[in-house]
Design a protein around this ligand. Structure first.
Ligand code: FAD
Ligand code: SIN
Length: 527
């Protein structure tokens, strides 16, 4: 395919239209022209599928200090306290603002209804329409964004790479239809979400291919904590069906896990049983699956009042029914899936990356709020708090720089042609390798095996590619390499990173592993 090469100038570019990107765009809009780029339809994002809710210390028996303490505990010693404090202290204002913009959270009578999730010492989770919290937040933010005349939205537009001139990020190169557009701006905010699609079992939507992390890395930004992948214990296990998430809120409302023999098992693994940290529940499920020689366990709600289940989890009830599972009558077959990446583009609490002109917020970023393991329902709040902060910081930075006058038309080198059908084949193989060798339990042997297999596709890391599937594959390979390098370097088990050959927190576990692209294009690791 041949592309028409164009240039475009705006004040600010936001890549991604999930909670973090939209919140950032709202902050930027009063100060200049904003271009929001999304590679799919505007709402397609992890945000849209978030179920359980958003954590915030707003209930009468809760305090910001309790939320702070629970977040640090979940992070297993690797959270940055300044970032956590910012999250929990600014969270209530961001939520109140969201309510004022029309977000309808569930209520008990006239008051907000707070529910329970694992590792929260208080009932502090706000939900919307039962189990459609993300969809409701996305709806209200998109509506708010539409009110700003100077926000332009480019949907179905996939970014190729960031534009960097003299060590400063000045824009982004993207593919939109048959056009290759070089967009220049004062500042760029990455809000591209996570990388769950790197794994063959994942709760994440197809857009979550780690593009922002890969582009930031290629542009020279520092990436941090990439070995920490959170696996969610309960996603639907029906052969041929997607790994639809079965919210932790179900266990919060009393659902229990049973093995193949119908026996509850979680209390043998942790005093908090079904409400133990996610990594503990995942490993317990794996262990029961091995013991009973099956590929799944059961999530059982059949002891809970059916009318309550249908009202509290309407989306889950209907989805499971479409797979012939009536969750009020039958236990649900479940197994773990990749869910969230704690690492990402390293930023400070203002979303500033190590590369001038480049900001990041939401799941793509690593502020240090999650440490080695994220507390459930903290990421929607993260998108709101740090999306707003990144927007504010980008404005401040933008006031100090001029827009480049002579905009360079970028003619991309002839695109490398991956043999027809091979992109899908390589992607499927990569996802299987990442799941089997770099998944919930890792060891040096499995990581080295993965590294060897991935090296067969090394030539694609520097190839010039221009279609969305090819670009995503290149990004997935890049991010997988970074995860592997970090996981090999961390010779201890902390939070969600579990090494069967180093089961404890051995000497030096408190360090953070940082990765940067070296001048020769190889991975350079520190920490
Ligand atoms: P996203 O919402 O994923 O948005 C990323 C955006 O970037 C999308 O618009 C995408 O199209 C765009 N994009 C990506 N790459 C490119 C590219 N190359 N070019 C252009 N655009 C691009 N968290 C909670 O706090 N509570 C929950 O209850 C909860 N439930 C969850 C349930 C599910 C099924 C999943 C998958 C996640 C859940 N999470 C939950 C996690 C949470 O939803 C995400 O971490 C959060 O929504 C991420 O927001 P974001 O704005 O950073 O990214
Ligand atoms: C869930 O509903 O279980 C997901 C919550 C989260 O990942 O924060």
């Amino acid at each position: 395919m041949s592309f028409i090469s164009r240039v475009r100038r705006t004040d600010y570019i936001v890549i991604g239209s999930g909670v973090a990107g939209l919140r950032a765009a709202i902050e930027l809009a009063p100060f200049g022209r904003v271009l929001v780029v999304t590679k799919d339809k505007p709402s397609e994002s992890s945000t849209e599928y978030a179920q359980g809710g958003v954590a915030v210390a707003l209930s009468d028996d809760d305090e910001v200090s309790f939320h702070y303490r629970d977040t640090l505990k979940a992070g297993d010693g690797l959270c940055r306290s300044e970032a956590v404090r910012t999250l929990v202290e600014e969270g209530p204002d961001r939520i109140t603002e969201l309510i004022n913009w029309g977000t309808q959270f569930d209520k008990k009578g006239f008051s907000l209804a707070f529910t329970q999730e694992a590792a929260h010492s208080r009932r502090r989770i706000l939900s919307a329409k039962g189990d459609s919290t993300g969809k409701e937040i996305e709806r209200s933010l998109l509506r708010k964004v539409r009110n700003f005349k100077n926000i332009t939205r480019y949907s179905h537009s996939c970014t190729v790479d960031l534009i960097v001139e003299d060590g400063i990020c000045t824009g982004v190169l993207l593919v939109r239809g048959d056009e290759l557009i070089a967009c220049y701006a004062r500042a760029v905010i990455l809000a591209t979400g996570g990388a769950g699609r790197l794994f063959s079992r994942t709760t994440n939507p197809p857009v979550a291919t780690g593009d922002g992390i890969a582009m930031g890395y290629r542009a020279g930004a520092v990436v941090e904590d990439m070995e920490f992948i959170q696996f969610h214990p309960t996603s639907l296990f029906v052969p041929g069906a997607p790994q639809f998430l079965l919210s932790e809120a179900m266990r919060g409302e009393g659902a229990v896990l049973r093995n193949q023999n119908g026996k509850r098992f979680m209390s043998r693994y942790h005093p908090d049983a079904e409400l133990a940290p996610r990594d503990v529940v995942c490993r317990a499920i794996l262990s029961e699956m091995v013991r009973t020689r099956t590929k799944y366990v059961h999530l059982d709600l059949t002891h809970i009042e059916p009318a309550f289940i249908k009202k509290r989890f309407p989306r889950i009830y209907t989805t499971c029914l479409s797979f012939n599972i009536n969750i009020t009558e039958k236990p649900i077959p479940v197994s773990p899936s990749a869910h969230y990446i704690m690492g990402g583009i390293k930023t400070n609490i203002n979303g500033e990356s190590s590369l001038k002109g480049l900001f990041a917020a939401g799941e793509v970023a690593c502020t240090g709020i999650h440490g080695a393991n994220r507390l459930a329902s903290n990421s929607l709040l993260e998108g709101l708090v740090f999306g707003a902060r990144a927007g504010q910081a980008a404005v401040k930075y933008g006031e100090t720089v001029n827009l480049p006058r002579n905009l360079k038309r970028i003619t991309h080198p002839e695109a490398y042609e991956i043999k027809k059908g091979n992109t899908e084949k390589i992607r499927d193989n990569l996802r299987k390798i990442m799941w089997q060798k770099v998944g919930i339990i890792r060891c040096e042997k499995s990581l080295l095996q993965a590294q060897k297999k991935l090296s067969a596709w090394k030539h694609l890391l520097s190839a010039s590619l221009l279609t969305r599937p090819d670009l995503e594959l290149k990004n997935m390979l890049t991010v997988s390499q970074i995860i592997l390098t970090s996981a090999l370097l961390r010779q201890n088990s902390v939070g969600a990173h579990y090494r069967s050959d180093y089961k404890e927190k051995t000497k030096g576990w408190r360090r953070h592993i940082r990765i940067k692209q070296a001048k020769d294009g190889e991975i350079e690791a520190k920490g």
